[in-house]
Design a protein around this ligand. Structure first.
Ligand code: C5P
Length: 219
């Protein structure tokens, strides 16, 4: 068989949601299934890459043939990505929680009979994509981010590419009516420094294959 175009390359992929604890039995989460991230990891593996797959608690299983690093919180995900470096490519497909609860506690919060709910205090999580994009010596040569948007998809994602300092952004419309979040299909726009390419709606596996090929072509 032909050697894959990504043979000898190391790619770090983040995937899935993160869970941010409130107490031992409760957490803040989001609707990410991890399906697109898992498909991307599998497609990169199929092209010969060594894949470090850093995944939050996803509802789809990780692919075979990749190094699976399971994490729960955004901070654990950042640490796991850092530990996986150096890498040639980073694809940040995780739906990282933007905030975590600063007053999380070790014992289950009980109703106190007053009718008053507990007040959750929150702080912003580290932005893993922005962090990896600004590394100097250890920055992967190609950093790919995602932008899940519900409106003005290309405008918002183009601004996000600049703000985060990544090379490419895969933008997708996650308006509830699209059924994309949690679904089998995706409609993405690939935003690169030299242009914008809207791909037709297709299966998440096919999006992953095309993205992996674009990555192989770019290296
Ligand atoms: O800012 P926003 O969350 O829309 O950006 C999405 C992109 O940034 C995705 O690639 C996501 O994986 C990444 N991200 C991250 N760490 C965060 C927030 C987002 O890596 N804390």
């Amino acid at each position: 068989t032909m050697p894959g175009p990504l043979l000898g390359r190391h790619v770090v992929v983040t995937s899935g949601p993160t869970h941010e604890p409130i107490d031992p039995v409760r957490y803040i989460a989001n609707r990410s299934s991890g399906a697109q991230g898992a498909a991307i990891a599998a497609a990169l593996r199929d092209l010969g890459a060594k894949v470090s797959f850093v995944t939050g608690p996803a509802s789809v299983p990780p692919p075979d043939g990749v190094d699976v690093i399971r994490v729960e919180t955004a901070r654990q995900m950042r640490d796991a990505v850092e530990a996986a470096l150096p890498a040639d490519v980073a694809v940040m497909a995780a739906a990282v929680a933007d905030w975590r609860v600063t007053n999380a506690v070790e014992r289950k919060i009980k109703k106190d009979g007053s009718g008053n709910p507990p007040a959750l205090e929150m702080v912003e999580n580290p932005d893993i994509l922005a962090w990896i994009s600004q590394l100097e010596r250890r920055r992967p040569a190609l950093v790919v981010g995602f932008a899940a948007e519900t409106h003005d998809v290309v405008e918002n994602a183009t601004a996000k590419r600049k703000r985060k300092g990544c090379d490419w952004i895969v933008a997708n419309d996650v308006s509830p009516a699209t059924g994309i979040m949690g679904g089998q299909e995706n409609a993405v726009t690939l935003i690169r420094p030299d242009g914008v390419e809207a791909w037709p709606r297709m299966g998440k596996d096919e999006v992953a294959r095309r993205l992996a090929e674009a990555i192989a072509d770019a290296l």
